[in-house]
Design a protein around this ligand. Structure first.
Ligand SMILES: [Zn+2]
Length: 387
């Protein structure tokens, strides 16, 4: 083998402190650690190794056992790999090393044949991916600036283009309040494509529902490659106070008020991803301190979801929200939307980084999940329109 390759953070959404590059028989071994950045706890990584000249590379992730989800399930993780400009793939298997001190690291391989190999915790999705999708969909979605992030980036909101005469049902979607939770964006990508499609379901829903989308709530975190869960100084999904604690939240609150003025009945869906290995898809029920009517409305959406995800146990589609929070646990988008938009229902949906049941998820699987969530939303809204 020739000179050592270069290992570094990826240019977009890059994250990962390179700890060492060394020869390991016929391969290069790249050791790295996920960077927590603004979060107390790390998870997201996205690095790349270049000048490999076709040599195999072994990645050694040195801190998976302190990431969100705990140390006992890291053998279930399947990071993603990309060779040169090819498609992202899941790594087929991982090996766990338990060290003398109790620390665990996780190894995964690329067999070689490429000059550059990128590795990430899950499939990256940033503004460049959204731009490509919207370009593919022609003028189906219009893009309006609704604010500017703390880092000086334009916050866009998309709206599905359709001539509507009167105020009708409305769906508002958000993703990436936690910037590293890329499954939410792949699900949203599927919703954008489905609603712009030529199929009968797509056309029917387009005629019936006014759809608004804020694709990247923590856009700065998405671009920077921050994990963004419990981001300091204030988690985005705890910043929905009476007086908003994040500029993006303030901008989206004003936009949600515009949306509420133009639509009824309404549903808001906030897309997330759960702990690192949690399988399936589920919505977080409002905490027990919230009004029973809000809890019932969220549970009724879970029932609708169950009709579209028959491979999952119906009871598994809604989970009690009891985990500890570093901030006011009631200052979420769901609480704010209920309290400020005339008891509008907002559900937070968590989609696995790994799998629904057995099979690993790929971008097209996430997109199909998005299609099914859209159909559940349409059906849920139709029940309320008929009331
Ligand atoms: Zn989240």
């Amino acid at each position: 083998m020739s000179a050592a390759p270069t290992a570094r953070r990826a240019a977009n959404s890059g994250n990962g402190l390179i700890l060492g590059v060394a020869r390991a028989s016929d391969a290069w071994r790249v050791a790295f650690a996920s960077e927590p950045r603004t979060s107390p706890q790390p998870l997201w990584f996205h690095i790349e190794v270049s000048d490999l000249g076709g040599a195999p590379v072994e990645f050694v992730w040195e801190n998976p056992d302190i990431t969100l989800g705990g140390r006992d399930s890291i053998h279930l993780l399947r990071p993603v790999l990309r060779a040169d400009d090819g498609p992202w793939q899941r790594c087929g298997q991982v090996e766990i090393d338990e060290h003398d001190d109790g620390r665990k690291s996780l190894r995964f391989h690329h067999d070689g044949g490429a000059d550059t190999v990128a590795a990430a915790f899950c499939f990256p999705y940033g503004p460049e991916h959204l731009d490509a999708t919207l370009a593919e969909l022609g003028g189906a979605w219009t893009r309006s600036p609704i604010g500017v992030t703390g880092g000086g980036r334009r916050i866009d909101r998309l709206r599905l283009q359709w001539e509507r005469e009167a105020r009708g049902p409305g769906l508002y979607l958000t993703a990436r309040q936690h910037s590293g939770e890329t499954p939410g964006s792949w699900v949203l990508d599927g919703i954008l494509r489905f609603l712009a499609g030529d199929g009968e379901d797509s056309r029917r829903m387009r005629e019936a529902v006014d759809v608004w989308v804020c694709p990247f709530v923590d856009l700065d975190g998405v671009v920077n490659g921050d994990y963004g869960k419990d981001a300091l100084p204030w988690d985005f999904n705890r910043a929905w106070e009476q007086m908003p604690m994040r500029p993006a939240v303030q901008a989206i609150q004003r936009d949600l008020e515009r949306f509420a003025n133009l639509t009824a009945p309404r549903l808001v869906i906030d897309l997330h991803a759960p702990g690192h290995s949690t399988p399936g898809l589920y919505l977080q029920l409002p905490r027990e301190q919230r009004p029973p009517e809000q809890q019932q409305a969220a549970a009724s959406f879970a029932t609708e979801l169950a009709r579209h995800f028959t491979e999952l146990e119906p009871d598994a589609l809604a989970r009690q929200t009891t985990y500890r929070s570093r901030w006011n646990m009631l200052s979420t988008v769901a609480s704010w939307v209920w309290d400020h938009l005339g008891q509008t229902t907002c559900v937070c949906i968590e989609t696995s980084y790994q799998r629904l049941t057995q099979d690993l998820l790929f971008p097209d699987d996430y997109r199909d999940i998005g299609r099914r969530i859209a159909l559940a939303a349409e059906a849920w809204l139709a029940c309320r329109t008929a009331d």
